[in-house]
Design a protein around this ligand. Structure first.
Ligand SMILES: *Cc1c(COP(=O)(O)O)cnc(C)c1O
Length: 339
């Protein structure tokens, strides 16, 4: 039995999703004439209570566009040292926007309002870059799928207001946080200038991220997307997958979370495991004991047709998803006992 737990991006469209895609009504989205894209954007603004939304091919492009919308070259943004925008978007922050990152620490990939405030450069001190943006990730990727306390996000917003900073959420897996904590998306919509939301992770579409936010923040979003090469034509086939996912794949994220928790508990019982990070959603991060080599462990799993990912510095990652079935789950739990 082949089991792929490297990422929640490895899923393939379900039969229902494929059918919705085949039947999609489409048009030229660069002219804003694709009814399916328009409907997906409308659904997102309705869910989050935001003014506008725009469909992007990838989460990286949506984040990069947001950073471009909020900054001028030479300025600085504040983010966690593990942030996707800093580590996994090819250096786009400097390439696309000419901006630097002030990195701050914090458990599980989360930053605190106090650390944010301390990281702001004094605006009249012309020697240092002007701080203009704060980016937070919810759930955190490298931080193990951790969710922010909403009250901390509010405190960071107060810091942004006091210092005139823009506030962006990399919400690639915000869906997971919303389902896990039974939250209302609107509370996020009113707090942030922009939020990016991936459809190709837990929701299981082949591609697509929606950037949503205020009129003011999104004013030049179409232009920036065009500059980045993200103006697409009959992309309603993909938006239809997103609409299907909102109706059928959102609530089931709790199953991914349950399975991740069970994997986490199982790993904690294994003598070869040194530490498992707290597991809140669909990501399990763990470390092996010194006696067990990472290479050997990965090879053992590969020989049993199981794939997980290594994030460096001894960090191993398992991500549950739509294509990880209950049958695979029970099989995998047994394997962990005998590996
Ligand atoms: C996956 C992910 C993204 C977007 O990645 P793409 O591969 O460009 O879609 C952005 N932020 C986080 C935290 C992610 O996990």
């Amino acid at each position: 039995m082949k089991i792929d737990l490297r990422s929640d991006t490895v899923t393939r469209p379900t039969p229902g999703m494929l059918k919705a895609m085949m039947e999609a009504r489409v048009g030229d989205d660069v002219y804003k004439e694709d009814p399916s894209v328009n409907e997906l954007e409308r659904r997102v603004t309705e869910l989050f209570g935001t003014d506008e939304a725009l469909f992007f091919p990838t989460g990286s492009m949506a984040n990069q566009a947001a950073i471009k919308l909020h900054t001028q070259p030479g300025e600085q943004l504040i983010c966690h040292e593990w942030a996707h925008v800093y580590n996994y978007e090819g250096g786009g922050v400097s390439f696309n926007s000419g901006v630097s990152c002030k990195l701050i620490g914090g458990a599980q990939g989360k930053i605190s309002s106090i650390d944010v405030e301390n990281a702001i450069n004094p605006p009249d001190f012309y020697h240092s870059p002007l701080t203009s943006l704060v980016c937070v990730e919810n759930t955190t990727n490298k931080g193990g799928g951790a969710c922010y306390d909403f009250s901390e996000l509010q405190k960071i917003k107060e810091v942004c207001n006091r210092h005139g900073l823009k506030y962006h959420m990399d919400g690639a897996r915000l869906w997971n946080a919303i389902i896990q904590n039974n939250e209302n998306p609107k509370q996020y919509g009113t707090l942030f200038d922009t939020i990016s939301l991936c459809f190709s992770k837990g929701l299981g579409t082949p591609l697509g991220t929606v950037l949503t936010g205020t009129h003011t923040a999104m004013k030049n979003a179409m232009r920036v997307r065009k500059v980045l090469g993200g103006g697409m034509r009959q992309v309603g086939y993909m938006a239809a997958a997103g609409l299907f996912a909102l109706d059928h794949h959102l609530d089931r994220l709790s199953e991914d979370h349950r399975r991740a928790k069970e994997i986490s508990e199982c790993l904690q019982k294994q003598s070869y495991v040194k530490k498992v990070e707290p597991t809140e959603t669909n990501i399990v991060i763990f470390y092996l004991n010194d006696e067990k080599s990472e290479k050997q462990f990965m090879e053992d799993l590969e020989s049993k047709e199981v794939r997980i990912s290594s994030m460096g510095q001894g960090k191993l990652r398992i991500v549950t998803h739509l294509d990880y079935t209950e049958e695979q789950h029970q099989h995998f739990l047994k394997l962990l006992h005998t590996t």
